[in-house]
Each structure stands twice: as structure tokens, then as C-alpha cells.
Design a protein around this ligand. Structure first.
Ligand code: PXP
Length: 246
């Protein structure tokens, strides 16, 4: 069964727009996480950014305490956040690139260019009992490097696919990259997640990508939740994912 990890960052984005620096406020990303679990989500994803633009430290500690499914902490490979992760002990970390100006995570990690540093973080996390995923483009060189770090998972970046779907140009090519990336990763013994830009319209196409374990989806679910509520938005996404056969 294809699993859904719900990324609740954008619930915190709305809260911070009004309550930045005040240690409280609505909407509450932890409440959104609990609603997602109640609707059947298999995991909760939160990105503790170095600039703390949405998720705050108190959110990840509260999530660790109350959620019953898996906590996936998205994070940059930076010393400060590594120390927090080693204390927090999420079930899994997903290492992502982070640039201050981006609206969200724009590109995949350059694993090949940062092999030693990423391997070291992978080792420290695994020693602490935390699994590791690397967020990468469906690029053969990066997938090969991801396997060399010893990571358990990759998360294939579906952003280019989502953009091509929206533009109705080059969709088949982008899907072919995801398919061959998933096949290569599977051959190398990596488990394969995917995410970024997935929504209720493009999701059915993702069924053509083999070997997927989990999708991490945030923006489209939180956006729909504004209109129909978090539980309904998560259930709608799970319904679209159910026919996946790997
Ligand atoms: N996966 C990763 C690694 C991400 O950085 C993001 C965006 O925060 C997502 C998945 C979710 O993307 P979206 O919000 O577009 O669904």
C-alpha cells in the first residue's frame, strides 16, 4: 500500500503570518497533524528550517510527543539542526537543500558533491536509531551517490514533473525520469519515496512510477483543507492513492 506523509509546514506558515515570535497562535500544525492521522495518514512531515520561517522548535517537540504514526523531520545538513534531530529522534529524517530565499525546497540535494558530509550525517542518525532519506532529483548520478552514503531511502523530487503537468508540456519525459530513477534506486537497494508539487490532479499519473513506498504531500492538502477541513482533504488524497499497485 502506498503511504501518505502529510507535510504540515504550511499550517505553520499561516500561523506565523500573524503570530511570529509570540510562541502561540492559530492555526496549530500539531492539531493538523492529529486530524491527518485521524483521517488515515501514515506519517507526518515537518521541516524545521534554519530560519524558522514556519515550523518552530516547540512544534517538533510537541509532534514527537503526540503523534502516533511516523515523524519525518525534513532538515538541512547543518550542525544546529543535526543536534536537534539527534535529541528529538524522529523516526526518519529527510535531508534537503535549504536556501534562504526560496519559497519552499526548490531543488534536490547534490549528494555526489557532498558525499562525505552526507555519509557522516547518515551514520550519526542511524547510530541514534533514526532512518535517513535524501531528497534528490531523478538523476542517475545522484541516485548512485545516495546509495553510496548508505541512506535507507531517497525521496524523488517530483517538482519538475508537477511543473510540466501544469504546463502540459514534457509530462511524459518527466514521468520517464521518475520511472527510471525509481527502478535504479530499487536495484541499488534504496527504498523510494516521492514528493513536491503533488496534487489532486497530477496524483493519478504518479501510479506509473514503480516501487514507491510513501508520498510526502503538503501544499495541495493544506490548501484543500482551507475549504473542506483537514480530515476531508487527507481522505480525498488517500482515495486517489489507493489504486497504486507499485
Ligand atoms: N518533500 C520535500 C522534501 C519537501 O521539501 C516538500 C516541500 O516542503 C514536500 C515534499 C512537499 O511539497 P508540497 O508542499 O509541494 O506538497
Amino acid at each position: 500500500m502506498l503511504k501518505l506523509g502529510v507535510n504540515i509546514d504550511h499550517v505553520a506558515t499561516v500561523r506565523e503570518a500573524r503570530y511570529r515570535g509570540r510562541g502561540r497562535g492559530e492555526p496549530d500544525p500539531v492539531a493538523a497533524a492529529l486530524a491527518s492521522e485521524a483521517a488515515g495518514a501514515h506519517g507526518i512531515t515537518a521541516h524545521l528550517r534554519e530560519d524558522r520561517r514556519h515550523i518552530q522548535d516547540r512544534d517538533v517537540w510537541k509532534l514527537r510527543e503526540v503523534i502516533k504514526t511516523r515523524l519525518n523531520l525534513e532538515m538541512a545538513n547543518s550542525a544546529e539542526i543535526i543536534e536537534i534531530a539527534l535529541k528529538l529522534r524522529p523516526d526518519i529524517v529527510c535531508l534537503v537543500p535549504e536556501r534562504r530565499q526560496e519559497v519552499t525546497t526548490e531543488g534536490g540535494l547534490d549528494v555526489a558533491g557532498n558525499l562525505a558530509a552526507l555519509t557522516e550525517t547518515r551514520r550519526r542518525m542511524n547510530d541514534a536509531g533514526v532512518e535517513v532519506s535524501l531528497f534528490i532529483a531523478p538523476d542517475p548520478e545522484q541516485i548512485e551517490a545516495a546509495a553510496r552514503t548508505g541512506a535507507q531511502f531517497i525521496e524523488l523530487h517530483t517538482g519538475s514533473f508537477a511543473e510540466s503537468f501544469a504546463a502540459q508540456a514534457g509530462v511524459e519525459e518527466e514521468l520517464a525520469r521518475l520511472v527510471s530513477g525509481a527502478e535504479q534506486a530499487h536495484r541499488l537497494g534504496l527504498r523510494v519515496n516521492a514528493g513536491h508539487g503533488l496534487n489532486y490532479d497530477n496524483l493519478p499519473w504518479i501510479h506509473r512510477v514503480p516501487h514507491l513506498v510513501e508520498l510526502n504531500i503538503g501544499h495541495s492538502i493544506v490548501s484543500r483543507a482551507v475549504m473542506v477541513g483537514m480530515e476531508a482533504a487527507v481522505r480525498d488524497m488517500l482515495r486517489l492513492m489507493a489504486p497504486y499497485r507499485g
